[in-house]
Write a protein that binds this ligand. Structure first.
Ligand code: FES
Length: 282
């Protein structure tokens, strides 16, 4: 999308049309472009992100959490952690937000066609995966088997509970839910009490014609990729998305670089093969 009036930093105005309280600290916002022409022409791909501004509070990047196949709006899911996200959490239906984007690269959907897909998400890391999951489920016949493994600290911290119920009831995808094995953990019968690596050890997913797409806390990604490697998975068949440290979203502020790689321009989607080549301190 071209920048408003040729100014890279000038956002489009969007209006909040729905708000969902996902967990005590995470909300999802649906927003619609005020200018219908901008809204009609807006396109993006699963995996891309936007720069959202709360007027008077600041701006921050968040992935676009809905699928490009679900048109007419954009959604983002935000954890309240600091001033800008606190300001965003105070917004309600009818309030205005600034939006720039879409930015960054995207998941290689074309390469995924005909293949088995396994999504592995942790906590709010399900947000960027959700865009791709919706896209895949909306064009289901293009893909082979689809499985979703989703884990959080406890059931209360599951995001997109309404969609999880749909996935549970659907024959279009397999679903495995898990919560951390912490003391006094209480959960439903259909939820495993386990970290993800032991689940993978049990499932032993065959890498043949299959791609894993994972996103979650860094420690989860680290342990998941280590387990997949142990199970014989080639690094190029493991895809993840990084969103940390981004500020401008435009390759200009220099906040997001890992060595010579800019997460905002070269990513945020990377294969594990690419991530393995990043400098050690990452
Ligand atoms: S976010 Fe500013 S350079 Fe990447």
């Amino acid at each position: 999308m071209t920048a408003e009036n040729g100014n890279l930093y000038k956002p489009h105005i969007v209006t909040v049309t729905e708000v969902w309280e996902e967990t005590p600290t995470i909300k999802t916002f649906r927003m619609v472009f005020d200018d219908p022409k901008v809204g009609d022409n807006f396109t993006f791909k699963a995996g891309q992100f936007g720069e959202y501004s709360v007027f008077g509070e600041g701006e921050a990047t968040f992935c676009i959490a809905n699928s490009p196949t679900r048109k007419g709006y954009i959604e983002c899911s935000v954890k309240e952690v600091a001033r800008m996200t606190h300001g965003l959490h105070l917004l309600d239906v009818g309030d205005k937000v600034g939006f720039r984007g879409p930015y960054g690269n995207w998941f290689p959907l074309e390469e995924m066609k005909g293949k088995k897909l396994m999504f592995i998400g942790g906590g709010i890391g399900l947000a960027p995966l959700r865009s791709l999951i919706q896209n895949v489920l909306d064009t289901r016949k293009d893909f082979d088997q689809v499985d979703i493994i989703y884990a959080a600290r406890c059931e209360e911290e599951f995001v997109y509970k309404r969609e999880i119920e749909e996935w549970k009831a659907s024959s279009d995808c397999g679903l495995c839910l898990a919560v951390d094995p912490i003391p006094d953990q209480v959960c439903g019968d259909d939820v495993r009490v386990s970290f993800i690596p032991p689940i993978l050890e049990e499932m032993k997913p065959n890498p043949k014609n299959r791609i894993v797409i994972t996103c979650g806390p860094p420690i989860m990604i680290k342990l998941v990729t280590a387990k997949l490697e142990e199970l014989g998975w080639p690094a190029e068949q493991i895809i993840t998305t990084l969103e940390m440290k981004m500020k401008c979203g435009l390759g200009k502020c220099g906040r997001c670089n890992i060595g010579s790689t800019y997460v905002c321009k070269d990513g945020p989607v990377f294969t594990y093969e690419q991530i393995r080549s990043f400098p050690q301190e990452y």
